[in-house]
Design a binder for this molecule. Structure first.
Ligand code: ATP
Length: 317
């Protein structure tokens, strides 16, 4: 949407109210990290009931997925130039199955283009599988309400999106009734409270490009605080590859540990510490699951994971 908004912003005769509407829409999409590419079906049920009864287990069952072709490109997928280039006859995922028990962490690894981000997009239901199913607490995501899915699944992407507003507003966006004490609690958990407390106007300090400029690591921690305020049962995390200094890195890691503790999680892993901590590692190659197991098991196999370990994860940490 940013790409659509950019050119529009350059047009001098655009009505102010249209622009305001666009900006609000953009904020909603950014903050919730969900895009309206799929519709809610009539009679959809509340996922939270199933999660309360059965726990937030996640299952991908024989998922095959092909991105929509250029003739059926939706508004959201227009964001990706790849959507217009991709060969619509190719499956991006083929027969992918794995389960994540409630409270467990699965790390997704694989070469670039293997389909890791695509799996995370299906888990947050930005798209539906072409065949097969994604189930949470035993419920097919196609059968649950969008609001209950949004409350259950939280996404942390590499780029932490903040809007030009106060720290408090950036957080309360996901939970308007949160008290200042609630905000302080999640900011402490996300290892960013000390900084916020030192800002000229504390929680009321405006952040963003035209306000107080936070570093990459600080933005990530604020995004993690927002996730903690939402308290979703399932977290989908794309671990940042961007280089952070080691102090920032350690603070972000501590914040993430807090965010993942006790939650069902799917992490696109880039760090050795993450793959080691994962209950299970799923190795994708060209859209298929080629290996699955724990770090020591997969190293002992001497297959693709062992190779990735040598090339991507071998940094001492
Ligand atoms: P990386 O590690 O480089 O981020 P990845 O494993 O996350 O890669 P994906 O981003 O899931 O891989 O991409 C898998 C394949 O799907 C790639 O061939 C990619 O070009 C294609 N693809 C990704 N997004 C879209 C889209 N919106 N439309 C069409 N094809 C896409």
């Amino acid at each position: 949407l940013g790409r659509l908004y950019g050119p529009l912003a350059g047009m001098s005769n655009v009505q102010v109210d249209v622009m305001t509407a666009l900006v609000s829409f953009e904020r909603v999409l950014e903050v919730l990290d969900l895009e309206p590419t799929v519709a809610e079906r009539p009679g959809a049920t509340d996922l939270r009931t199933a999660v309360a009864d059965r726990g937030a287990s996640l299952e991908l069952d024989a998922v095959t997925f092909r991105y929509p072709g250029a003739d059926e490109v939706s508004l959201a997928s227009l964001e990706s130039v790849a959507a217009l280039r991709a060969d619509p006859t190719e499956d991006t995922l083929r027969d992918v199955s794995f389960t994540v028990p409630a409270g467990a962490m699965v790390a997704l690894v694989g070469p670039s283009g293997a389909g890791k981000t695509t799996v995370s997009q299906l888990v947050s239901r930005m798209y539906d599988p072409t065949s097969g199913a994604v189930r949470l607490a035993g419920q097919d995501l196609r059968d649950v309400t969008a609001a209950s899915l949004r409350a259950t699944v939280g996404v942390v992407s590499q780029e932490a999106h903040l809007f030009h507003d106060t720290v408090a507003a950036n957080l309360r966006f996901v939970r308007p009734e949160a008290s200042d004490a609630d905000l302080e609690r999640v900011l402490r958990q996300a290892r960013i409270w000390d900084l916020v407390a030192r800002l000229p106007e504390g929680l009321e300090t405006v952040v963003g490009d035209r306000g107080y400029r936070l570093s990459g690591g600080e933005r990530q921690r604020l995004a993690i605080a927002r996730l903690l305020l939402r308290a979703p049962d399932v977290v989908v995390l794309d671990e940042a590859t961007a280089h952070l200094d080691s102090e920032s890195e350690a603070a972000v890691q501590a914040a993430l540990d807090e965010a993942l503790a006790g939650r069902t999680s799917v992490v696109i892993a880039h760090r050795l510490s993450t793959v080691r901590a994962a209950d299970s590692i799923v190795v994708l190659e060209a859209g298929r699951v080629v290996e699955r197991g724990t770090h020591p098991e997969l190293l002992a196999r001497g297959g693709l994971y062992a190779e990735l370990y040598r090339t991507q994860f071998a940094d001492p940490q």
